[in-house]
Design a protein around this ligand. Sequence first.
Ligand SMILES: *Cc1c(COP(=O)(O)O)cnc(C)c1O
Length: 402
Amino acid sequence: MGNASVKRFTKEFTQQEAISEESIERAVEIMRTGKLHRYNVSAGEKGEAALLEEEFAAYMGAKYCLSCASCGMAMYLALKSVGVEPGDKILCNAYTLAPVPGAIHNAGAEIVLVEITDDYTIDLEDLDKKAADPDVKWFLISHMRGHLTDMDRLMAICEKHGLVLIEDCAHTMGATWDGKKSGSYGNVGCFSTQTYKHMNSGEGGLLTTDDPEVIARAIIHSGSYMLYEGHTSRPGMEVFENIKKLTPNYSSRMDNLRASLLRFQLRNLDNQCKRWNERYRVLEAGFNTIPGITCPKRPEKEVFVGSSIQFSLVGQDETTIRKFLAAALERGVELKWFGNSEPVGFTSAYGSWQYFDNLPELKETNRILAVMCDMRVPLTFDLDDCRLITEIVGQVAKDVLS
Ligand SMILES: *Cc1c(COP(=O)(O)O)cnc(C)c1O
């Protein structure tokens, strides 16, 4: 192969789109008022955070929404608000990002790791088995990298064992299973608005639920300074009466500036999801023609958001995978790898969560993560960029994979 045929990709995998002018204008307006704190509003005025909550609840078809500091905090507030006590056991899929076990640890709970399958979703048989432990009543599912398991089967298992379900939807904001929104299956849905997710306010989290007591506790936990009346996405004031003195303030609010950035983005979210999927489908089609690369087939009931793509290098050993990643990087294609024994750059295998005692060995998850690659798909890439990426990955695979 001559040098002329060696192509390079030059765009950045961490470059998200700019914040739109209308969001910037709104944010500037908010800054001009100086009223950035969510409870700094005049009588009868709804702040941006409260409006965002109303609008996101409506988008989700949920009764209530709370905006907060991050998705990690949304999960922590959710766990505390449903009633998790220190020492409780919480089921969780072993393939997820560090803030998920972090939220469990923050709540003083124990993690019960569940295996995953070759399509990167939770192993429902292992879940069913582990949920049979009478000590286990909580379940935090992370729809990691946007892969939804069969939610009908998952809900049946929750019902069978009386599990309270909390969904981490950091990668499924805008996704549905069988026409129902991801995050509306569980008792609580948690979302991220951190820069690399589907809406971007730098940092931020959203929590949705239909349960009046859960939202009341979450609002007070998030740091309402007893100003919860100013929330408009809330149940009647009487719901707060019994719990207000029993619910500590964990100060993790969202501010009006961030909320102002998100309100316009929410109006455009479904369109952005479509754009992500156009890119995903080009990448998927291209990757699927490359010998040695396997992209999981997506179920028909799943409408996902392709803001990242994963594939497996089935049968390859560590040395070959490292060579593959290095060769791709040399040509400008930045792939992440979940098989690394050291946690680096947003990847983290469960073995590195050593703040939990007695982490088990999950043989299936180890086998799957050992060959799993991961790539961000920012919307600053166009369809030709995606075609070029598949071409480069194809060349690298041909050169490196055995
Ligand atoms: C990003 C992410 C989170 C947490 O989001 P933050 O807002 O950064 O706390 C949770 N789960 C998954 C799978 C994520 O990728």
